[in-house]
Design a protein around this ligand. Structure first.
Ligand SMILES: [Zn+2]
Length: 306
């Protein structure tokens, strides 16, 4: 009997596959913190957790793993995520990045799956573009509360699995020029959007289900495109009407020349070369790293468990 006995139906080698996988998680707030908790339980071994913020009082209605004592200590969200994972696993591989994900691209491009649980449409589109460039499956979760008037509110949300070459979040209609313009005009004046713990949990759970489908032998043919709609008032999470229509659509928004090109940043290319040298054990014959290289090499070495 092992701790994963009751999920052994996921496949004979699912435990080792999950432990070997590395998840990139951008945004550790209401949605992302649920994913940290669940993937920690599930047995995923590697994490690149990214968030520039620390916990605040208004987070405490939904930030999984965050405690009231963290308010006084001004604990960062990455520290809370790391604590949560370490409480569930003996030897996790964690790279916490207390910064925007734009400063974590070197770490994120080594991930097997990237999950975006961020607020802005602009950021989601950028993150999806980045994931496609590196041929990494991207899962997007998001929720919103719509004011229907007369003090009536509708909780809505979506979970989208976006794979290189397949329909993207623009194909889904989640990203539109109108929304991007509206968001840009409101920037800095929009205030906090409503968020609640159970809706975040429903969306995050669906995302973790997709992660399990992609990483384990549970699904013989893992999905290549998923678009689920959440209606928090009805309590339903169902395939969006467009999911079937978009299933075989060739995405026009991300041209082939933009995908699978990991060399667009020459500095990152050099880091990748250093990574390969480390793997092959050739580093000893190369010149000692300059101070410029010390930090990235240390991060890579930590990541590889060396
Ligand atoms: Zn598209």
């Amino acid at each position: 009997m092992t701790r994963f006995d009751r999920q052994s139906f996921l496949g004979a080698d699912s435990e080792s596959r999950l432990y070997a996988a590395t998840l990139g998680l951008v945004g550790l707030g209401g949605g992302g913190s649920h994913i940290v908790q669940q993937t920690g339980h599930l047995g995923i071994g590697g994490y690149v957790v990214v968030d520039p913020d620390h916990i605040t009082e208004t987070n405490t209605n939904r930030l999984i793993g965050g405690a009231l004592a963290d308010l006084k200590a001004v604990t960062t969200k990455v520290a809370i995520a790391e604590r949560l994972i370490r409480g569930l696993q003996e030897h996790p591989r964690i790279i916490p990045v207390h910064d925007t994900w734009h400063n974590a691209t070197g770490e994120l491009k080594r991930c097997d799956i990237i999950v975006g649980a961020v607020d802005s449409f602009k950021e989601r589109e950028q993150l999806e573009r980045f994931a496609r460039r590196h041929l990494i499956p991207y899962i997007d979760i998001g929720m919103d509360v719509h004011d229907l008037g007369d003090k009536t509110y509708l909780i809505g949300g979506q979970v989208i699995l976006s794979m290189p070459g397949k329909a993207c979040i623009r194909c889904c209609g989640l990203i539109t020029e109108e929304r991007l313009t509206l968001e840009a005009n409101k920037y800095g004046a929009a205030g906090s959007r409503p968020q609640v713990v159970w809706s975040n949990g429903a969306l995050a759970s669906a995302a973790v289900g997709l992660i399990a489908q992609l990483l384990t032998p549970w699904f013989k043919e893992p999905p290549e495109f998923v678009y689920l709609d959440y209606d928090g008032n009805r309590g339903t999470l169902v395939p969006n009407d467009r999911m079937e229509l978009l299933r075989n659509k060739i995405c026009p928004h991300h041209p082939p020349e933009e995908t699978g090109d990991p060399l667009f940043d020459v500095r990152e290319f050099n880091r990748l070369t250093a990574d390969l040298a480390l793997r092959k054990g050739k580093l000893a014959s190369t010149p000692a790293p300059t101070s410029f290289w010390k930090k990235p090499l240390a991060v890579i070495a930590k990541f590889l468990g060396l």
